[in-house]
Design a binder for this molecule. Sequence first.
Ligand SMILES: C[S@@+](CC[C@H](N)C(=O)[O-])C[C@H]1O[C@@H](n2cnc3c(N)ncnc32)[C@H](O)[C@@H]1O
Length: 418
Amino acid sequence: MNFISSLDNLRVALKTNVINQPHFCSPRRLEVLIVGAGAGPAYASVFTGVNTNIRDARPEAVDTPASTVDVAIVGPDVSVTADLLSGLQTCLGEHGVLIVAGTPVVDWQPDRAVRTDVWRSPFGPSFETITSFCFGASAERRTPDLTLALATPVQNSFPPGVPDEVEHGAGTLDCYQFLIDLHQNVRPRFYTEIGVEYGASLKLAQCAALGIDPAPQLSEALPAHHSVSLTTSDDFFRLADTSAMKAIDLCYIDGMHQIEFALKDFMNMERFCHAGSVVIVDDIYPAHPLQGERIRQSRYWTGDIWKIIPILRRHRPDLIVLPVDTEPTGSLMVLGLDPTNNVLWDNFDTIIDDAIDNMTEVPRSIVDRTEKIDARAKAMKKVLKIVRKRRGTARMATGMIRIRELLADSKLREVRGR
Ligand SMILES: C[S@@+](CC[C@H](N)C(=O)[O-])C[C@H]1O[C@@H](n2cnc3c(N)ncnc32)[C@H](O)[C@@H]1O
């Protein structure tokens, strides 16, 4: 099985030990050898946009000429032997890097000087160990590459001729008005968002705020109490200096529109949350099934973020998960955050595998917003007041019980017009 986190793990290894090395810099072509039948095509996709020559080899038949490879990668489906690793070391050039993903490497020592970088993936259930053997000049430890190199491309375009019936939003409350109301009611002391773009949502924060976006297009200068990390959210949480992060009172997830990214964003943000945090995930309600596809096919595009609703309901019943009827594409409010909960981390790959392979059609209940709640109902104000007043106190736990009672009130689901 090819776990999606394997690709992220390879990206991290390459950004930490390979593409950050000056001797591998573009326009030089990176010579890559991938060993492992299943790993080949999937691993090759990680190199999108980087000048590479990629060769595949079966573990029992590595016949690549000596000293011709910059990076040799052994996938998790390969049974690793000392002979295989010695053979790959021979293929490597003087400054080459050998990356082994899967289980820890035991009983093998390279026969030349090396820096060995070993870490364990935080994503289960495989929790791959990644070992990088860095030879020659690559042995010098450098800061990781935080550029868009190796990043999954953002889907900005879509095919022409989309029927009119597809291109529309829905909802009763403008998504920015929803955020304005949230800021007023939650009064966050620290706000974070993933996906900044023109800065329209970031600028609503009166408090200290951090945005994360590799390519924002800010329309005005940031105030002194705001900053933006120019990285993808994955890079930010795995490779960047996160010391600017404080305990999050309110956060907004509005970055890459595919479920594996949105779920990781939620998991990473939750680590900085507390029981009284409020997390909002944008784009959970495609107004037409075509808007909810993983591959963009229309101007209005939510991608398959909608899958986060059934995922959180199934795997995190401890959370309060509230789909809000915002315009144009709905917002999910999540309460009861628990930074110590590991369920999503422990099962990440199988959850995403299931979401991609089995949740293939946007359910009618999502397009029709059958579970939407009215964020302007009186009960919602009371909910947010409890969150604000009790956060950081021992009374937050009973507050959550009270919130669940308030939310059981069916009036919340009677969405009023604007
Ligand atoms: C819909 S816009 C955000 C809009 C903004 N939140 C607002 O409401 O004003 C999406 C943004 O996500 C950013 N983005 C795309 N992929 C990302 C990633 N992997 N990590 C962080 N941001 C990402 C894009 O650069 C883009 O600026």
